[in-house]
Write a protein that binds this ligand. Structure first.
Ligand code: ADP
Ligand code: MG
Length: 294
């Protein structure tokens, strides 16, 4: 290969905000057949707003609920946790992380914590099923495009909430451009099918495959399947429950601004600006460089 062409391409990429770990990565990128995107924080901004938060128990005040939830969620770096903490503050409730004696994160489900001797579980249908030892049906009056959550106090349901997020500017454009390069696209998420289909509608249904309600290990398996079915697969994520999937992909691409340090370590490319429109640009650059080399 010509080292100069590769060097120039890596420099050019860096100038537009793409840190590519080396010439091998550039070659792998040129061969990409599929780009799989994490949803939360990658296709969407990962800036959730609380659109509903209520106590469903006469024994639990909204204030108590906000205090428990925000204290436990202040231990988590999940984007939904940040929204719940913010919501408590907007009701003048200050979270007390020190009051949380024990806590446990269930990836793709939610969080458990012990506060003032009470056991609190917070999260999605999966955590509800874990607490109730039974599958939980969707709520009947569900709003479109929001993610529902449940709060349990000593294994009893005491609260519900709903969160919403919006797609990043340029996300639809980036995915359309990948399509025009003959690349297949997929969305992978631990979030609900309803929230995923809402994002898909915001994107004018441009994503070819939507896979929702995945656990971190399901994401790894799916990347494996895409690799064997379609060929060279790139995965874009922020490292929140998707670092193993980033590592499994032929090319792992991490979000630089919002992404975790683990994501940057396990990935081959870091998007310094969080702008996913840089991905089709990088693929074009990689293809051009390969043509020069061959
Ligand atoms: P994604 O693939 O979209 O990044 P995650 O795997 O991080 O999603 O999470 C999947 C789901 O698990 C979320 O949609 C949420 O319902 C629930 N969840 C995860 N972490 C938390 C948390 N700290 N608090 C509440 N819910 C959570
Ligand atoms: Mg994520």
């Amino acid at each position: 290969s010509t080292p100069v062409a590769t060097f120039c391409a890596l420099l050019k990429a860096a100038r537009i905000g793409l840190l590519i770990k080396g010439g091998d990565v550039l070659e792998a990128l040129a061969k990409t057949r599929v780009v799989a995107f994490d949803k939360t924080g990658t296709i969407t901004k990962g800036e959730f707003k609380v659109v509903e938060f209520q106590s469903i128990s006469s024994k639990v005040s909204l204030e108590m609920l906000l205090y428990w939830v925000s204290s436990i969620e202040s231990k988590s770096s999940h984007p939904m946790a940040a929204a719940l903490v913010e919501h408590a503050r907007s009701h003048s409730i200050e979270p007390k992380p020190d009051s949380v004696k024990e806590f446990h994160i269930y990836p793709g489900e939610g969080i458990y914590g012990e506060v003032d001797g009470r056991n609190i579980h917070i999260g999605n249908k999966r955590i509800a099923a874990r607490v109730l030892c039974e599958t939980v049906p969707n709520m009947e009056d569900m709003k479109e495009g929001v993610t529902y959550g449940y709060v349990f106090l000593d294994m009893v349901p005491v609260g519900t909430y709903a969160l919403s997020d919006t797609c990043r500017i340029g996300a639809a454009e980036a995915i359309k451009e990948l399509k025009s390069l003959g690349i297949k696209t997929a969305m992978l998420t631990g979030d609900s099918m309803e929230a995923s289909l809402h994002a898909q509608r915001q994107l004018n249904h441009v994503v070819e495959e939507v896979h929702a309600e995945l656990l971190p290990e399901d994401k790894v398996q799916l990347i494996g399947k895409l690799k064997s079915r379609e060929g060279s697969t790139a995965m874009v994520g922020d490292g929140m429950n998707d670092a193993p999937a980033l590592a499994m992909a032929d090319v792992g691409i991490s979000m630089g601004v919002s992404g975790s340090a683990v994501a940057m370590e396990t990935s081959h490319i870091t998007l310094m600006s969080n702008d996913i429109r840089k991905i089709p640009r990088a693929i074009r650059l990689a293809r051009k460089t390969r043509r020069m080399i061959i």
